[in-house]
Unconditional design. Structure first.
Length: 184
């Protein structure tokens, strides 16, 4: 995998050797960051289910103020730390939180302007996770949440604290952009 744009453009990051990490494909990552354009610049970002750090490192490369990497798998944490070290990213620009995403969404006391979620394709508590993020105000009022999820695992966006702003199908994936509901 390569960083697409920014100060680390063209640099390679590793995804691990044991297939425990399902990295966001370059095609999907390019689509996500084409939607976002300069949005990550000078903003705090949460990379939930961070795995190798692919999305969060891309955000740092594009000028994110700070990235919070949320990951629970020890093998993924090793790959993430190695990638951050290999790119010589200043430790003040990120924080690694070794925690299950659902637990994080229930207990986090931080806010971010951008939340990037790439959960496993089979992730039954996806709806609960989204509800927690918005109800616990982890995403700031004018923030965005970008979610990659499998077509067979759609999200319900009616009667929730968030609204669907945009959605696109790419292969087996849906890329859903969500924001705080404004019609309340």
């Amino acid at each position: 995998m390569r960083i697409i744009s920014g100060i680390y453009k063209g640099r390679k990051i590793k995804s691990g050797d044991d297939n425990s990490i399902r990295p966001t494909t370059d095609r999907v990552k390019e689509y996500i960051f084409n939607i976002l354009q300069d949005f990550p610049q000078n903003k705090s970002v949460i990379d939930m289910f961070s795995g190798s750090g692919n999305l969060g490192i891309e955000s740092l490369s594009r000028g994110a103020e700070k990235v919070y990497f949320i990951e629970s798998a020890l093998s993924s944490l090793r790959v993430l730390k190695n990638n951050l070290f290999a790119l010589n990213i200043d430790a003040g620009k990120y924080e690694i939180i070794n925690m299950d995403a659902l637990h994080f969404s229930k207990t986090a006391k931080l806010k971010a302007r951008l939340c990037l979620l790439d959960p496993p394709f089979v992730y039954p508590p996806l709806q609960e996770l989204l509800d927690n993020i918005f109800e616990n105000h982890i995403l700031s009022d004018n923030g965005l949440l970008v979610l990659e999820h499998e077509i067979s695992n759609p999200i319900d966006h009616e009667n929730h604290a968030y609204e669907l702003l945009q959605q696109k199908k790419i292969g087996r994936s849906l890329i859903s952009t969500l924001g705080n509901r404004t019609d309340e």
